[in-house]
Ligand binder design. Structure first.
Ligand SMILES: Cc1ncc(COP(=O)(O)O)c(C=O)c1O
Length: 354
């Protein structure tokens, strides 16, 4: 007889990671193309021998460093093994079986998985025709069972972001006892004039949580560190839901070092933003529909051509991330990688015109 598992297991969507094809240009996982920060490499070497010991379970030094970075008290911070773990800790803290979790769709593909794992019901609110979150529809989707709303800003995979007015309408529109989680995994690539920092705008509201990660601009995707900023009582609950020791000692030290090198992080992020604009302009010129992006990737609205476009890229040893029948997400790489990608994109557009 097979073991009895929860009914949700048979319908749980699988997370589809970006492909890792050896030797190829990887533009599929929204990682930094510039590699490990040299300042962090030195710290990793220094602490490597420590991995025979368990890490500080409370990540106290890291939490102090994050608190200082944001100018807040440490009791407002919780960490996890990547912001995806932090999002699931938040869901574990807030969602009971049968409760509803609202998010735009398509948004970060972990949200439905996280929701199903805690026994919640996912409520997917379609993005607008411009691939932007429809905050009024999200407010309208709230019911008495709603416990959590995710706002992915900028949104993965579309790269679009809502501005301060929309953020305020969403925060004002949902009940004050429903958690609003603003996922800012791509914050470092945003134009701050257009998209305010959610914590600066909404951080004093006790039901607002902002998540951040070291995986993207800080170039630490493989070490798994993320965190949230929240009201002290919410942060305390999120900490209780962390898998014990999930943030390794090396990861804690690396994240502290990366925070200390924020000028270099911002310099690299600016390079990516400049390349993003160059890539988008070239794609628009070639005839693609590409919404304005505030992240380190662009979204090609290719519909039924998504799979064939990704296959054409793969033939040229470039891995992108297709969402069949919807579009293709392409991470901004180095200048040379982007040039290689654009050559394939131009050829693909040309072959469609023939
Ligand atoms: C919107 C968003 N949130 C969170 C994450 C998770 O990042 P990590 O768990 O590496 O911090 C990602 C990763 O792709 C993302 O796109």
């Amino acid at each position: 007889m097979t073991a009895k598992l929860r009914a949700a297991m048979s319908s749980l969507p699988a997370y589809v990671p970006g492909r890792k094809t050896p030797g190829a240009v990887i533009l599929a996982s929204n990682e930094s193309p510039y590699g490990l920060l040299p300042s962090v490499a030195a710290v990793l070497a220094e602490h490597a021998a420590g991995v025979s010991r368990y890490p500080d379970m409370a990540s106290a030094q890291l939490i102090e460093a994050i608190a200082a970075h944001h100018g807040v008290a440490p009791d407002r911070i919780a960490v996890g093994a990547g912001s995806v773990e932090v999002c699931s800790q938040i869901a574990s803290a807030a969602v009971e079986g049968g409760d509803e979790v609202i998010f735009g769709w398509r948004a970060f593909e972990a949200y439905p998985i996280i929701t199903a794992v805690v026994g919640g019901n996912a409520v997917r609110v379609p993005l607008t025709a411009d691939a932007v979150h429809d905050v009024d529809a999200m407010v309208a989707a709230v019911t008495r069972r709603t416990r959590l709303v995710f706002l992915c800003n900028p949104n993965n995979p579309t790269g679009t972001a809502v501005g301060g007015d929309d953020m305020l309408r969403l925060a004002d529109g949902i009940p004050s006892d429903v958690l609003l989680v603003v996922d800012e995994a791509y914050r470092e690539y945003v134009d701050p004039q257009r998209v305010p920092d959610a914590f600066a705008l909404l951080g004093e509201r006790p039901n607002v949580v902002v998540t951040r990660t070291f995986s993207k601009a800080y170039a630490l995707a493989g070490l798994r560190v993320g965190y949230c900023l929240a009201a002290p009582e919410v942060a305390a609950a999120v900490r209780k839901c962390q898998v014990p020791f999930s943030v390794s000692g090396l990861a804690q030290q690396a994240a502290i070092a990366a925070l200390g090198d924020v000028e270099e992080v911002n310099r690299r992020a600016k390079l990516t933003v400049a390349e993003r604009e160059r890539v988008r302009t070239a794609l628009l010129d070639a005839g693609y529909a590409v919404p304005a992006s505030e992240a380190n990737f662009v979204w090609l609205q290719l519909g039924e051509r998504s799979a064939s476009f990704a296959a054409a890229c793969l033939e040229a040893a470039i891995v992108v991330r297709p969402f069949p029948e919807e579009g293709v997400r392409v991470t901004i790489g180095t200048d040379e990688e982007n040039d290689r990608f654009l050559a394939v994109a131009r050829a693909f557009a040309g072959s469609l015109r023939e």
